[in-house]
Write a protein that binds this ligand. Structure first.
Ligand SMILES: Cc1ncc(COP(=O)(O)O)c(C=O)c1O
Length: 463
C-alpha cells in the first residue's frame, strides 16, 4: 500500500515528478509488516534480549526516527503519533539537539556531579525551573536518568523531609518500574510475584470521571477516598506525601475535574502532607501549558520530569520548593550518570527550540483542533475522547451504557493504523484506550494524514 499526502484530496493537483512525489510522501507501507528485512532484524534482536520484552507495536522495527517520521529497514515510513511515548517532544534527531550533543561531546561526555560541579547541569535546571509555577522557580532540583529514578527521588525526599513513611498514590496510575515507584504504580500484572517487596504506599482513587460510580460528584467522591485513607488506613502522622500524575498518561489520558487539585491541595496542607506532581509524561509542554499543573492553578511541593527533558537522551529529575530542597541533607541523594553532560546539553537545546518556535502554544492550538477532529469520528465504539495539548486518548467500549472495555477492537485499530503507516498505542488498565502522543512540532499535514487513517480504521473495525 502506498499513500501520499495528496491522496484523497481530489484530482486537481498538478502532475509532480517521481522525486517530488517521494519527497512529499509521508506514510508509505509497501510490504507486509514486518517486511523481509525487518523480520530478519527482529529475529536477530530477539536472540539475546530477555523474554520480558514487550512491544506496543508488533511488526515494526525502528530503523530511524527523524522529526515525526519513523522508518523501517524495508523502506516503510510511519507518521509518528507516539513520539517514543512522549520522549521525542520536538521530533527525533532535531538538528539543534544533534549540534548541542556534538559540541558537548567535544568537551567531555561525563562529569560526575558527585565529583565537582559543571556548567550544563546547573544551566539545565535554571532553564527548566524558569518555566515552572512561581513557587518552584526558586526551588532546587536533582537530576537522574529516567522517570522511575525521578519518582524514587521524589518519594525519598518527601519521606526524609517529613520523617513520615507512607506515600498515598491514586489508582489507576503509573509511576515506574523500580521498587518504590512500582509500589506506587497500580496494575496487577507488573506487581506479580513481588508481594511484600512493594511496601509503603496506600492507594486512594484517581478522579477518573468516566469510570467513577454513577451519579457521584467526581471531585467529592475522589477526595473522599483520600480522606478515607487518612481515617481508616494511614493516619496523617504517618503520611509523607501524595503522588499523583497531574494528567494520567499510561492509565488512558485521564484529566481530573478543574476543582479536584485545588481541593486536594487544601486537604494535604491541612494534614502536613506534601504534594508530588508526577509530570514525567505530561510535563514540559506536552499538554499545551509548560506544566500540567498550570491547567489547575496549583503549585506542587515536588515535581518530577523525564521523557521530553533530554530531547531523546536519558534525563529526568525533580524540583522541590526551596524550603524543602534546602533542607535535604548533603549527600543523601546522588546518581553517577544522573544529569549526564551530553543529556543536559540536549535538554537545554530542547528547551531553546520549544521557546524559540513557540511550541507549547502551538501544542495548545493544534491540539485543540485535532481533539475536535477526533471527537467528530463517528463510531459506536468510542465511549469518550479526552485530550490536552498533544496528548489524546480515545476510550473504546463495546457497550456505551455498561462501558465494557473494547480491548480487542482497540488493538485492531492500532494494528490497522500501523498497516496504513501511522504509529500509535493502546493503553489504560484494560488496554482499551487508543493513545496518541505526537511531537509538539509535528507538521499539520502529518496530523491530517493520521486523522484520515484513524477515521478509516474506525470504519474497518466493528464493535
Ligand atoms: C507518569 C510517569 N511516571 C513515571 C514513569 C516512568 O518513567 P521511566 O520509564 O522513564 O522510568 C512514566 C513512564 O511512562 C510515567 O508515565
Amino acid at each position: 500500500m502506498r499513500a501520499s499526502p495528496r491522496e484523497g484530496s481530489g484530482g486537481s493537483a498538478a502532475p509532480v515528478s517521481r522525486r517530488e512525489e517521494t519527497e512529499r510522501a509521508i506514510r508509505m507501507v509497501t510490504s507486509e509488516l514486518p517486511g523481509p528485512k525487518a523480520k530478519e532484524k527482529i529475529e536477530r534482536f530477539n536472540r539475546n534480549v530477555s523474554n520480558v520484552r514487550y512491544h506496543i507495536l508488533n511488526g515494526l522495527f525502528q530503523e530511524t526516527t527523524i522529526g515525526s517520521l519513523i522508518t523501517d529497514p524495508d523502506g516503510n515510513r510511519f507518521v509518528d503519533m507516539l513520539s517514543g511515548v512522549g520522549v521525542n517532544a520536538i521530533g527525533g534527531a532535531h538538528p539543534k539537539v544533534v549540534a548541542a550533543v556534538n559540541a558537548q561531546m567535544q568537551r567531555g561526555a561525563h562529569f560526575n556531579m558527585a565529583v565537582a560541579p559543571f556548567e550544563v547541569y546547573g544551566e539545565f535546571l535554571t532553564r527548566l525551573t524558569s518555566t515552572m509555577p512561581e513557587g518552584l522557580r526558586t526551588g532546587g532540583g536533582i537530576l537522574g536518568n529516567s522517570g522511575a529514578e525521578a519518582v524514587e527521588a521524589a518519594m525519598k525526599l518527601a519521606r526524609s523531609h517529613t520523617d513520615r513513611p507512607i506515600i498515598i498514590a491514586l489508582d489507576p496510575c503509573f509511576h515506574g518500574r523500580t521498587a518504590a515507584a512500582l509500589a506506587a504504580t497500580t496494575g496487577a500484572k507488573g506487581r506479580k510475584h513481588l508481594g511484600g517487596a512493594l511496601t509503603g504506599v496506600v492507594h486512594a482513587s484517581y478522579p477518573y470521571a468516566y469510570r467513577a460510580p454513577e451519579g457521584v460528584n467526581v471531585t467529592d467522591w475522589a477526595i473522599g477516598t483520600v480522606e478515607n485513607v487518612l481515617r481508616q488506613i494511614a493516619p496523617k502522622e504517618n503520611v509523607a506525601a501524595l503522588i499523583m500524575e497531574t494528567i494520567a498518561g499510561e492509565p488512558g489520558v485521564i484529566i481530573p475535574p478543574k476543582d479536584y487539585l485545588p481541593r486536594l491541595q487544601k486537604l494535604l496542607k491541612e494534614n502536613g502532607i506534601l504534594h508530588i506532581a508526577d509530570e514525567v509524561q505530561v510535563g514540559i509542554g506536552k499538554t499545551g501549558r509548560p506544566w500540567a499543573v498550570d491547567h489547575f492553578g496549583v503549585t506542587p511541593d515536588i515535581i518530577t520530569f523525564a521523557k521530553a527533558a533530554g530531547g531523546g537522551l536519558p534525563l529526568g529529575g525533580i524540583v522541590a520548593r526551596k524550603e524543602i530542597s534546602d533542607a535535604w541533607p548533603s549527600g543523601h541523594h546522588a546518581s553517577t550518570f544522573g544529569g549526564n553532560a551530553v543529556a543536559c546539553a540536549a535538554g537545554i537545546a530542547t528547551l531553546d527550540v520549544m521557546q524559540q518556535d513557540g511550541l507549547v502554544d502551538r501544542a495548545a492550538r493544534t491540539g485543540e483542533a485535532f481533539l475536535k477532529r477526533l471527537r467528530e469520528i463517528d463510531s459506536e465504539l468510542i465511549g469518550e475522547v479526552r485530550g490536552a495539548g498533544m496528548l489524546f486518548g480515545l476510550e473504546l467500549v463495546t457497550d456505551q451504557r455498561r462501558k465494557t472495555p473494547a480491548v480487542q477492537q482497540a488493538t485492531e485499530i492500532k494494528e490497522a493504523a500501523l498497516r496504513q503507516g501511522v504509529a500509535l498505542s493502546t493503553t489504560g488498565p484494560y488496554g482499551n484506550v487508543v493513545r496518541l502522543s505526537p511531537a509538539l512540532n509535528i507538521p499539520q499535514q502529518y496530523l491530517d494524514e493520521a486523522a484520515e487513517v484513524l477515521e478509516r480504521a474506525f470504519k474497518q473495525v466493528k464493535a
